[in-house]
Design a binder for this molecule. Structure first.
Ligand code: NAI
Ligand code: MG
Length: 353
């Protein structure tokens, strides 16, 4: 298992260090894990002038999976657009063809007070959003702002090919198979032809997965259902733009940004794994960041790229035990709990592991 480790900026190095300790522990227990380190984001700009240097691309191309911390920070805000740290992330996703973005939203019972919704609405919440990441209106041509008949018009193109829809549908059905076997495909077929094709192709792919029950929902209703009764969902699959919006909405049902991992996969299950949060410059270098989202990203890596379900569950169970035992970093802390820093949180996960 060749893993490229890109810690990035801000709290990136601190949280990735704890995730690497988890990987080291699994290696000691017999998994064939090999780690190589590279630069991405602001630290790469400082060292080479580019946010995603050629050397890093060689590293990620040769690896089976990439573990990433976060990129960015106020010291890079003045850089020209093509040198900004976030460009490094976009470059990896595009160059590695990471078209399938998986974002679980899980509410840990111990953190129920973090949600802005009533406890009984979110208790036990465990949903997975599968978002297409390299197509749709974000990439479609033609696009632009033009002068027409004496005024400016802005336009973009929503476009998906059958091939693009089919491959993301397969990812979603396979994810549903590993969970409760329920898939909801979200579109806007009543208005948009592109998403009529989406619905048709997903329906056709469903024939290959008789164990999964497929439903369809219009995106406006899906946005409403996510806050009305989120527990009706198991896996949701949708296009790039609807997925961008719905995955942010779903992740915030749990209220805890320091807890949520993500995966971005290509068609051979090569993947980039990272927490959903950013580089948190306000707490960088203070041993205050929550490393659990990054550690849970390692669990996703073992599950999706390496097919090591048992090791993935082991990590997830260790995290659950840490929460049950009352350990809390600042972002999830509450009165009466054991407040700890990044490193002690890592120690505790290792102990439970
Ligand atoms: P952010 O996610 O970095 O921080 C938002 C708030 O959440 C901050 O108060 C931060 O302290 C807190 N927070 C985030 N992660 C935490 C953790 N693990 N433990 C405890 N608290 C945590 O978002 P923000 O502040 O909007 O962006 C900061 C920088 O990160 C910007 O340069 C932005 O461009 C970049 N960014 C990078 C992303 C990535 O690398 N994937 C994603 C989002 C933002
Ligand atoms: Mg977003």
């Amino acid at each position: 298992m060749k893993i490229a480790v890109l810690a990035g900026d801000g709290i990136g190095p601190e949280i990735v260090a704890q995730a690497v300790r988890v990987l080291d522990a699994l290696r000691t227990d017999g998994l064939g894990i090999e780690l190589e380190y590279g630069l991405v984001g602001g630290c790469a700009v400082d060292a080479t002038g580019e946010p995603y240097p050629e050397a890093t691309h060689r590293l990620t191309s040769q690896a089976d999976a990439v573990l990433l911390g976060a990129v960015g920070g106020p010291q890079y805000d003045a850089l020209p657009r093509e040198q900004r740290p976030e460009r490094g992330l976009l470059a990896i996703r595009k160059k590695l063809n990471l078209f399938a973005n998986l974002r679980p939203a899980i509410l840990y019972p111990e953190l129920a007070n973090a949600s802005s919704l009533k406890y009984d609405v979110v208790a036990g919440l465990d949903i997975m959003i599968v978002r297409e990441l390299t197509g749709d209106i974000y990439f479609g041509e033609p696009r632009g702002i033009e002068m027409r008949n004496g005024e400016y018009v802005g336009f973009n193109t929503m476009i998906y090919s059958e091939t693009e829809i089919r491959r993301i549908a397969h990812v979603a059905f396979r994810a549903a198979l590993k969970r409760q076997g329920k898939l909801c495909s979200v579109d806007k077929m009543n208005v948009l032809e592109c998403t009529q094709l989406w619905r048709d192709v997903v329906t056709e792919v469903a024939k290959e997965y008789p164990q999964v029950s497929l439903s369809h929902m219009l995106v406006d209703n899906a946005a409403m259902q996510l806050v009305r009764n989120p527990k009706q969902f198991d896996v949701i699959v949708t296009g790039n733009m609807f997925g961008d919006i719905l995955s942010d909405e779903a992740s915030m049902l749990t209220g805890s940004i320091g807890m949520l991992p993500s995966a971005s996969l290509d068609d051979n299950n090569k993947g980039l794994y990272e927490p959903i949060h950013g580089s948190a410059p306000d707490i960088a270098g203070k041993d205050a960041a929550n490393p659990l989202a990054t550690i849970l990203s390692v669990a996703m890596m073992l599950r999706y790229t390496f097919n090591q379900e048992e090791a993935a569950k082991r990590i997830e169970n260790a995290v659950k035990k840490v929460l049950a035992a009352g350990y809390r970093t600042k972002d999830i802390d509450e009165a009466g709990m054991k407040s700890v820093g990044t490193k002690v949180m890592g120690d505790t996960v290792l102990a439970m592991l």
